[in-house]
Write a protein that binds this ligand. Structure first.
Ligand code: ZN
Length: 337
């Protein structure tokens, strides 16, 4: 008997991943349908065709709208000569070698192992931009810097702009170290690439405009939104932490062939409360989560992590069981003072 499923390409909001888990509620697959159902299949096909006609029209106008938005973004990028940070890369000026780098040919590639940052440089950058780092004790700051440098050295950075800044690899690595600071494993080895766009960018499959996403072995971020979100540490919005939260899921929950680890084991403490809270929020009994967060459990997880770091007291007061669940999953507390 042929198998009715092999592996599944899952597209879920801003996350695209392969799954071998039939129980994954989001998987898409093709099943073998017995011949007795062929009439029904034909009828369904006719209905599908009619539906496709309508969807085709919607898709056409959506594409036109995206193209117009794209032209606007490109025009804006050409005017945008300064980003927030002011220090440019000095470690690797040999751009020529990297001009055809993947994953995007228009991006410059910087292997993390070639980027040399002193502890002092990392400390200065994190002190200026990362509120989480600033609230750590001296001893924990040392651990944070050590972890950050290890993380940075294992990644390849793609800067999709004609200007790169030292802050880019350091601060994106800092977001990963922040979310994993309580965990023994923090390198997210599945993700070999960090792709940094100057601002919003196009995502494909489906075509959409993004501020951040994880896809394949890459974590992609809009630098503009990444920095803006870190400059507002209490608004509950942080695209860097959001994407790192998805990256943790992909690393430990969605990847096949992985036995277990502390994150995977403890995720049950989040999983057992998420549906009920989503339903309360959908019924407008609460107001912490936006519609994207309530669209599926993966977005709910990523947004919960943003709130855990940026509105911990509100999250704890409204949903103590959810707050506690994230404390256990990430092995750290944020509602301390
Ligand atoms: Zn998301």
């Amino acid at each position: 008997m042929p198998q009715d499923s092999l592996s599944y390409i899952v597209t879920n909001g801003d996350t695209v991943y392969l799954s071998n888990t039939p129980g994954d509620s989001n998987y898409q697959t093709v099943k073998n349908i017995p011949s007795v159902f062929q009439d029904e299949l034909r009828q369904n096909a006719l209905a599908e065709e009619a539906k496709k006609d309508t969807e085709g029209l919607i898709a056409f106008w959506s594409t036109i709208a995206l193209l117009i938005a794209g032209i606007y973004l490109i025009a804006r990028a050409s005017r945008n000569s300064s980003l927030f940070a002011n220090e440019q890369f000095s470690n690797n000026n040999d751009d020529e070698d990297y001009s055809n780098a993947t994953p995007a040919s228009s991006c410059f590639m910087y292997p993390g192992k070639d980027l040399r940052f002193s502890n002092n440089e990392v400390h200065n950058i994190c002190s200026k931009y990362n509120y989480y780092y600033n609230n750590l004790s001296g001893e924990k700051k040392d651990i944070f810097i050590s972890r950050l440098k290890k993380f940075l050295q294992t990644k390849t950075f793609y800067i999709c702009s004609n200007k790169g800044y030292k802050e880019m690899p350091v601060l994106v690595s800092a977001a990963a170290v922040q979310i994993t600071f309580g965990l023994d494993e923090f390198l997210l080895p599945h993700f070999e690439n960090i792709v940094i766009h100057p601002q919003e960018y196009f995502g494909t499959n489906p075509l959409r405009i993004l501020e951040g996403n994880v896809q394949g072995t890459s974590i992609n971020l809009s630098w503009k939104h990444f920095l803006e979100d870190y400059q507002n540490p209490t608004d509950g919005k942080n695209v860097g932490l959001h994407e790192m939260a998805h990256a943790l899921q992909v690393q430990y929950l969605f990847n096949s062939g992985r036995n277990t680890n502390e994150f995977k084991e403890d995720f049950v403490y989040f999983d057992r409360v998420d549906e009920e809270i989503m339903s309360r929020e959908r019924n407008r009994l609460g107001s912490l989560f936006d519609s994207n967060a309530l669209s599926n459990t993966n977005e709910f997880w990523a947004t919960s992590v943003e709130l855990f770091f940026e509105k911990p007291h509100e999250l704890k007061a409204l949903y103590p069981e959810l707050y506690k669940g994230i404390c256990i999953v990430l092995n750290q507390e944020t509602a301390l003072s």
